[in-house]
Design a protein. Structure first.
Length: 397
């Protein structure tokens, strides 16, 4: 996906908001239909039947009829795909969409002339029932655009994302392998010794964020003041998210260009950030600490970094079992939980080897990936550590 900043006029912005409302309504009606299904009842209607029902709904509702049939049918198509992903076990069950969150719609069957460049920094995209909408041409769109998605974030910014398959980033061809250890204090530690950190809000911005959160807690629900505070909070959060996304893009591109094989830990991030709150009957323990850890994982962009690496360097990303990577000495392969004295200090109890704890883990990840590559070529893989001691599964950096 190549995303660009839209620059609609006020009239176009109102029309785009109408498309978002139509897509949200159609999606929510589909969710409601499937929510009524129970074992023993007739199956919920599929995509074809829902399209026929949409035709009847458009005939009965002038507001719905005034929108684009392409946008509304595509919302049903997206819901059908979401249900297929849910039954396939790869995604969660589709839920109701709330106004102001996840606003957007998709347009398919895009013709070659529906996207054009009008000047050096300005492009235009044709939107059904809206016309030509300007967007900032910050880079090449790419050839073969078949569909695009228009979204509105909480900060009130419109974006258009074109569905194109970008060309992979070529590797250097040297066969060099790098290990990447992701953590909370250090976003990404490389086996080369580099420590990379995702940018966060500055001190002044963090103080402003705290002030706004306090104002929001005191503001009356439904008041204009509360709406203004929420908008200011959304702009600040969007700024932080943009910086994190930019860091992930630059870091993934740099790694794809510098190394032929990039090894990362195979972490189940969705399970790791699951809440520890528990239930009323069985309340969780250390809920505050776990919530802080979850925020740290999300703030460091673990998932986005690996996703972009797999997209930019297809076939060159190796996922390694994280077991004992933070407790194993890279010099002598001795495994012990006491080797890691603190978050940043690693001192082997067997040979005395000292290193940054995250860099040591990254080197272990690199060596495991390099051993797999040697074994795949028919060579002799490095010997596995034999002094295994019963330790915990993983110490989170």
């Amino acid at each position: 996906m190549s995303r660009f900043r839209l620059q609609p006029t006020p009239a176009q912005e109102a029309a785009l908001a109408g498309h978002c409302g139509h897509a949200r309504l159609v999606w929510n009606l589909a969710v409601e239909q499937h929510a009524h299904w129970k074992p023993g009842r007739k199956g919920a209607p599929g995509f074809a039947e829902q399209c026929r029902q949409l035709t009847d709904a458009r005939a009965a509702s002038g507001w719905l009829r005034g929108g684009s049939i392409i946008v509304q049918q595509q919302a049903l198509k997206d819901f059908a795909q979401a249900m297929a992903n849910f039954f396939g076990g790869t995604h969660r069950k589709p839920a109701f969409r709330k106004r102001g969150r996840g606003e957007g719609f998709r347009v398919v069957a895009v013709k070659p002339g529906d996207v054009r460049r009008v000047s050096r920094n300005v492009g235009q995209v044709r939107v059904p029932k809206v016309g030509w909408v300007r967007f900032r041409w910050s880079r090449a769109v790419g050839d073969g655009v078949k569909s695009y998605r228009i979204t509105l974030d909480r900060a009130g910014r419109w974006h258009v994302a074109f569905a194109v398959i970008p060309d992979p980033v070529p590797g250097p061809g040297t066969g060099e392998v790098v290990g990447v250890d992701r953590g909370v204090t250090v976003s990404a530690a490389l086996s080369t010794g580099e420590l990379l950190n995702a940018p966060a809000l500055r001190k002044t911005e963090a103080k402003r964020l705290l002030r706004l959160q306090r104002r929001l807690a005191k503001a009356k629900r439904g008041s204009n003041r509360r709406a203004k505070v929420k908008a200011a909070l959304a702009r600040l959060k969007a700024r932080e998210a943009d910086r994190r996304k930019g860091w992930a893009e630059k870091t993934s591109t740099g790694l794809a260009r510098r190394f032929d094989v990039i090894a990362v830990e195979d972490l189940k991030i969705r399970n790791m950030i699951r809440s520890a709150r528990g239930t009323v009957e069985t309340p969780g323990r250390n809920v505050r600490q776990k919530a802080g850890l979850n925020r740290g994982i999300l703030a460091n962009g673990w998932g986005r970094l690996v996703t972009r690496l797999e997209q930019k360097a297809p076939g060159r990303v190796r996922k390694i079992n994280p077991r004992f990577t933070s407790q194993t000495c890279n010099a002598c392969k001795h495994i012990a939980g006491e080797n890691r004295e603190s978050q940043a200090v690693f001192v082997c109890r067997a040979c005395g080897h000292a290193d940054h704890a995250d860099v040591n883990a990254a080197k272990n990840i690199r060596d495991t990936a390099a051993g797999r590559a040697v074994a795949a070529r028919g060579g002799e893989a490095p010997a596995r550590p034999v002094n295994r001691e019963p330790q915990s599964e993983l110490l989170i950096a």
